[in-house]
Design a binder for this molecule. Structure first.
Ligand code: ADP
Ligand code: MG
Length: 740
């Protein structure tokens, strides 16, 4: 039952006590082939769970905290002191020396400032000690984080505020142990400066509207709120440290800005789900062990499509906790890879020409009593409440396709969306046969059957007969219904999921609000069941007719879909600059404001930060190209040119035919000329002044700078294939991709 998973896993790891993960831990710095068996770890042993608290705090304090965590009640300030004392004692017992407020500023990463948990005076007392006020709030310099204009540099006050819904945990790096307290981050004037605050607000907004729907259907008994659930599949690459060291572009940009294809990459599809190599398996086992300790319920590991590419996926949890855990997963992948002599690449497109990495955002809505509101059940056509929630999602995605696309826009993800491995930038919904049939029935105004799923005879007598799902899967769709949840596949691998989920929750809340208002007006106390069915049917019929153009069950990678989508009028914003522009509409700002998720100023600021980040990222990449082009690639090409030049001269002076050598000389010389021309052009572009708005600048980068960078890359890659490989100054794709 879903809630069991949610209750036990999401909120402080209760109910999983004693689950042991007996995983081998390699010696630090080893290649992971160590043979000693590490001590087993317990699930959430480094998390200050409710269970841990229950042994340390009076029952009434625990009950009050549970009311806040599980039912969204306002935090009782009088319990903060005792919780802080218990937290400090627990952290010291577990070897922590410092604590930090752990938050997610608009950089897209996490931030932490460490303070000592306790400073002894040398005589049994304490000079300073972690207490109530340290748990409740902190004050980092808000002016040093991106604020999109919300904070002037001279206005530095900002607060981190304890988020009791996400449990504190101990981060162990090297031989240090730090108590991390998840917090929200807001300015002195109360605006959100992080990714978490709007997410929490969006969850409340959705809960408020979903509860209205439940009340209408009389299914709200015992339900205090509706939460959104999230399970995120994370793709990543692993490369050997030695090859990485020979790739300054990976270190600075997170992706290779140069690189000719490896003769073999993913053509044979032999890596996907293949046997996981021993070294990688040892790495994964250690990652899982670390995450087990931190209460992150990891379930899945496998090889992905590209060589060197892998996936890790936890069980789903409440969205806010899942988003925090996502950040912990990314950090853990990076730390542990270093211990195994490797680097984890989380960029959306580290290598051109092969698959990039995404983050599949599996999302649903669930009551706190355990009903998954997107579960159609056996007789979906009779499950009007399910059809309301389903229709709300369809309408939300259709009406807000452009901002949903905008919510996953970044320089990295632009390489993925629309390339062959990722759904295009056109937002559409895959429903599958059964739901498409139901939606057709709604539109025709006659709901009378749910298509049966049936069974599947495999054809060999010894193999069991299978229960078939009611619909096939479609891996090309950006937003696919997968049985009892939607999978938003277009999220980028390096992103925090908080922002796309904030947008998703808000747009769905907005539709639920409209449906609830219409239903509340139409339904009176004396409305019979038949009348109710008619009213709901009519509202859904209208909504489906209006929004059905977003439903597409075909192949989203097919170029014809692009034409078809254009005919349907669906937005297709191919790059971040145009994708972000979708947020600059008054109606969008009003929606976020009305649901209490973000004020227009907060939204503007966020979009400005994203636009600026995009432009800055591209400029860093352009500068990296210039630097590597001038100081590594051109010198290597000149050395090779000279060597061939000598060969030509030697051949001629020996009276030999030098035609072939001369042709080789001409080839490399021409390619070098083109490369240097392209570099010169890029340099001129990077020197242009940028005294424009973040949006104008982003647009310029998208249109002009990217084209100049692409030209440099094409020219460099053309040189790589003719220069002596042993002299080539960057690790090749072959070396990077085949880490064993
Ligand atoms: P696949 O690769 O086949 O899409 P995975 O097993 O790799 O599937 O990942 C599916 C993810 O969806 C897991 O994280 C799982 O916990 C999550 N999930 C399952 N049910 C729900 C739900 N109701 N709400 C949110 N996420 C869910
Ligand atoms: Mg998966």
């Amino acid at each position: 039952m879903m809630i069991t998973q949610l209750e036990t896993i999401t909120t402080h790891g209760e109910g999983r006590k004693g689950r042991r993960h007996d995983i081998r831990r390699p010696k630090p710095g080893s290649n992971g082939r160590s043979s000693h068996t590490p001590a087993p770890v317990m699930f959430a042993e480094d998390v200050f769970t409710l269970e841990t608290m229950s042994a340390r705090l009076p029952a009434e304090i625990l009950a009050s905290l549970k009311d806040t965590i599980h039912r969204g009640k306002r935090l009782d300030p009088t319990i903060v002191g005792p919780v802080a004392d218990a937290m400090k004692a627990w952290a010291l017992e577990r070897g922590a020396t410092h604590y930090c407020h752990w938050f997610q500023p608009l950089t897209g990463g996490t931030a932490e400032k460490h303070e000592a948990l306790s400073i002894s005076n040398g005589h049994g007392g304490e000079l300073s000690s972690f207490s109530l006020s340290n748990l409740l709030q902190g004050e980092p310099d808000a002016s040093s984080f991106p604020s999109g204009g919300l904070r002037a540099t001279s206005k530095a006050r900002g607060y981190t505020v304890w988020d009791p819904a996400s449990p504190a945990f101990i981060s162990r790096v090297g031989n240090t142990a730090t108590l991390c307290i998840p917090t929200a981050f807001i300015s002195w004037t109360g605006e959100s400066l992080d990714k978490k605050t709007p997410l929490l607000r969006s969850m409340e907004a959705l809960s408020k509207q979903a509860m209205r729907i439940l009340r209408i259907f009389g299914s709200d008994t015992g339900v205090s709120r509706v939460v959104t659930s999230l399970g995120v599949e994370q793709e990543y690459f692993l490369v050997d440290e030695s090859a990485y060291q020979n790739r300054p572009d990976l270190a600075v940009c997170g992706r290779t800005v140069f690189g000719a294809p490896s003769p073999k990459d993913q053509q044979l599809s032999d890596h996907y789900f293949g046997v996981i190599p021993e070294r990688i398996r040892a790495f994964m086992a250690e990652v899982e062990r670390e995450l087990t300790r931190l209460g992150v319920p990891i379930a899945t590991r496998h090889n992905e499509v590209a060589p060197g590419q892998y996936e890790i996926a936890p069980l789903f949890e409440n969205t806010n906790v899942a988003c925090d855990h996502q950040m912990i997963i990314m950090e853990t992948l990076s730390h542990v890879a270093a211990r195994h002599g490797m680097r984890a690449l989380l960029h959306e497109k580290p290598f051109a020409g092969i698959n990039g990495s995404g983050k599949h955002n599996n999302w649903s809505m669930c009551t706190d009593t355990g009903t998954n509101l997107l579960d159609p059940g056996e007789n979906a056509h009779e499950n009007l409440q399910f059809l309301v929630f389903l229709t709300a999602v369809i309408a939300a995605v259709e009406e807000n396709a452009a901002i949903l696309r905008g919510s996953i826009a970044s320089a990295g993800n632009d390489h993925r969306l629309g390339a062959n491995e990722a759904p295009p930038a056109i937002m559409s919904i895959f429903l599958g046969d059964a739901l498409s049939d139901l939606v057709g029935q709604i539109e025709r105004g006659s709901l009378n059957s749910t298509p049966a799923s049936g069974s599947l005879d495999v054809g060999a007598a010894i193999l069991p007969t299978l229960e078939r799902h009611s619909g096939d899967r479609n891996r090309t769709s950006p937003f696919a219904f997968t049985g009892n949840k939607f999978e938003f596949r277009a999220v980028g691998a390096s992103m925090t999921c908080a922002w796309p989920n904030t947008v998703l929750n808000t747009i769905v809340a907005d539709q639920l609000e409209r449906i609830a208002t219409a239903l509340e007006l139409a339904i009176k106390d004396n409305t019979t069941k038949i009348m109710m069915e008619r009213v709901v049917g009519a509202i859904l019929q209208e909504l489906i007719s209006k929004h059905k153009r977003v439903i597409f069950d075909g192949d989203n990678y097919d170029p014809q879909w692009h034409d078809e989508a254009e005919r349907r009028g669906l937005p297709n914003n191919r790059h971040t600059a145009s994708a972000l522009a979708a947020f600059n509409k008054p109606a969008v700002a009003r929606m976020f404001d009305r649901h209490g998720v973000m004020t227009p100023q907060e939204l503007d600021a966020r979009i400005a930060v994203l636009a600026e980040n995009y432009a800055t990222q591209l400029r860093i990449e352009a500068d990296t190209m210039l630097q590597l082009g001038r100081t590594r690639i051109a010198p290597a090409a000149y050395a090779h040119l000279n060597r061939i030049g000598n060969a030509v001269e030697n051949s001629l002076s020996a009276g030999l035919n030098a035609d072939r050598r001369s042709r080789a000389l001409r080839t490399i010389s021409e390619r070098l000329d083109k490369f240097e021309d392209s570099l010169a052009m890029l340099e001129i572009m990077t020197q242009q002044s940028t005294d424009s708005t973040p949006t104008q600048n982003a647009n310029w980068c998208a249109r002009e700078l990217r084209a100049a960078m692409q030209r440099v890359r094409t020219c460099a890659d053309a040189l790589e294939v003719v220069v002596d490989e042993r002299e080539w100054p960057l690790a090749s794709y072959r070396e990077l991709l085949f880490t064993r």
